[in-house]
Design a protein around this ligand. Sequence first.
Ligand code: SF4
Ligand code: SF4
Length: 418
Amino acid sequence: LRGLKSIPAVERIADPCIECGFCEPTCPSQDLTTTPRQRIVLRREMMRQRAGSPVETRLLESYGYDAVDTCAGDSTCKLACPVGIDTGALMKEFRHERHTSREERIAALAAKNFRAAEASARLAVAAADRIGDRVLASVTGLARRAVSPDLVPEWLPEIPGAAARRLPRTHRPAAVAVYYPACVNRIFGNPDGVSGPSLPEAMVALSARAGRPVWIPDDVTGTCCATIWHSKGYERGNEVMANRIVEAAWGWTAGGTLPLVVDASSCTLGIAHEVVPYLTEENRALHAGMTVVDSPVWAADELLPRLKVRRRVGSAVVHPTCSMRHLGDEDRLTELARACADEVVVPADAGCCAFAGDRGMLHPELTASATAREAAEVTARPFDAHLSANRMCEIGMDRATGRSYGSVLLALEHATRP
Ligand code: SF4
Ligand code: SF4
């Protein structure tokens, strides 16, 4: 017998891989660095090599960027894999292993003090408006060269201005749902040059218009879905925030009596599913009693049937996010877009934009590569509206296409405004 292929054991999560490649077409880094299959194959090759061999050394040197840094962590590979391997989770595990205990402590401290971090981030974005994109791009460029491009985000001109300092006023007694504006929507405002209500204002107005009023708790500042820590593999910070959001949401929703509506699909996914492994036993029981709803589902199922569409644009293109694929609610994005536009296009090559919170700012080349085909399709013709439901993915698509993406809820608010 010749040419028999050995399959050395690597990480338990990846060992069942049969190297079929079904995961490859969905992977946003497939054209830039590696696919999920290649990430696993490379680990196996490292194990085949003798310790310290030139090949092993070279593989180890390259793996950091080619596999770990340029993984968007979207886990759409898991959806495509016949044996359910989540290569994204494996890459997050590697990120975690790279952290020193000091880095983990600092990340946990940031989670504990997120209220101050959030306020500072909002102020920094507001100050950036005054400083200007070119100065910020050169300052962050220098810092990236001095520190690391995997730690210091690049300033992108598509980053919008700051959100309003105050969230809209709402009242608890009449509310039929708790509205949780994600921290990105508490920090970033509408795209530059887009006037009209902010996303929280639109959500509150739409819900009231449909007779389904929502309530924004007074103490949302300082809470978050924990995805920031989860995606970077900071376990202790993730545990802090995962437990905090579940305890807070339990109180806000009166022990799960009201649904919790979240206005960014990746944050909905975070709160609904990704926090669970990091919860204490008590909080896991609370979490099981809560209903977390993605904003397009809320708008399509609860609001749209009670609203009158008064104006439509001619055409809209949508960007379904990878979180929507995990949540299984991409159809609601299209349904809402159809209420707002006569013609709705879902690009055949729509996929994960790989902006992944801030990964598109750490490695802009990843988003550029991931979105190239979808962007070519979108920019081949004009559209009146470019719609999604996740602020950071919208920024990623703005950058990819040079167009201005916004939440489908903003479009629905405009379409149904009396
Ligand atoms: S789809 Fe799953 S089994 Fe197939 S190559 Fe990818 S990770 Fe391996
Ligand atoms: S999580 Fe995304 S980028 Fe990472 S391996 Fe899976 S599909 Fe590729």
